[in-house]
Design a protein around this ligand. Structure first.
Ligand SMILES: [Zn+2]
Length: 290
């Protein structure tokens, strides 16, 4: 038996079960989080920790897969409470000086910013540890290896612990290990070829189990990577002819609805809105076209 435990904490994002997770790992020398969710779900996260008899002060480190608000909006709160934050070097500046990130998020979410994401605090620079992939981080008596895995975002890391991996969004969205997989292809950094290369490298590591932020653990690892790769390709093709946004949105909805029930659709929409994916695809093809 490994000398640690892993618990999936449901952050109850927008009141939706199994939309956004944080992972609590208890090791021989303390507890860490992989992902911390947005500021709006801090109460749910604190409740989750309390169920394990932990207080925020017990969390010594937060390992982030990337800085999108649903994964990392609360990182500054944790940093201000003394946790060390481990994050990709391309994302680190936005934790320390969040103005640019918040301005661009406000352009997208407008007056929904606070309802969706809650408070976003700046992280004290001395708490932020910037990584490029390849490093091993020793926390809580455990060794986590960071893997550079761009494609969904340029600043994306996968965190490996033994033969397990916390995969952020590079393994897409698949709630509760169910049939359906949704590919989150948001702007500004979605890039098909880069994502496929990341998948190939992660697949070669032959993890026994993946922990998806959206949502939960799965064990059919190789099949999952293959399906995600195929879907990234298929979804990208939907926008090759640079259709009107509304046309692409309908194509994406049809594409995504093939094996999705109405109940599931709401959950998936909370985990990864389709409009964002449409915008990311259009941006990708426009950039490619020069
Ligand atoms: Zn996400």
């Amino acid at each position: 038996m490994p000398a640690y435990s892993i618990d999936v904490l449901d952050l109850d994002f927008r009141g939706s079960p199994r939309a956004v997770a944080a992972f609590l790992i208890k090791g021989p020398e303390g507890a860490v989080l992989v992902e911390c969710g947005p500021g709006s779900t801090l109460p749910a996260l604190e409740r989750g920790l309390a169920a394990h008899a932990l207080r925020p002060a017990d969390i010594r480190a937060v390992l982030l897969t990337h800085i999108h608000l649903d994964h990392a909006g609360a990182a500054g709160w944790w940093a201000q409470h003394g946790a060390d934050i481990y994050v990709h070097a391309f994302g680190a500046p936005h934790l320390i000086a969040p103005e640019k990130l918040l301005a661009s998020a406000t352009r997208i979410y407008g007056d929904q910013m606070d309802v969706l994401w809650g408070p976003y605090l700046a992280s004290p620079a001395e708490r932020v540890h910037a990584l490029s992939g390849g490093e091993t981080v020793a926390v809580a008596g455990l060794n986590f290896t960071a893997h550079d895995t761009p494609g969904h975002a340029r600043h994306h890391l996968v965190w490996q612990l033994d033969d397990l991996a916390f995969v952020g969004d590079v393994a897409a969205i698949r709630i509760g290990g169910g049939r359906h997989i949704r590919i989150p292809s948001p702007p500004p950094e979605f890039e098909r070829e880069v994502w496929l290369a990341s998948i190939a490298r992660m697949r070669a590591l032959a993890f026994s189990r993946l922990y998806l932020t959206h949502f939960g653990a799965l064990s059919d690892v190789d099949t999952h990577w293959q399906r995600v790769a195929a879907l990234v390709d298929e979804q990208a093709e939907l926008a090759r002819d640079l259709p009107e946004r509304a046309t692409l949105l309908q194509r994406l909805i049809d594409f995504d609805n093939r094996d999705l029930s109405d109940d599931e659709r709401e959950q998936y929409n909370n985990a990864g809105p389709i409009g964002m994916s449409a915008d990311g695809l259009l941006r990708y093809w426009k950039r490619k076209g020069g």
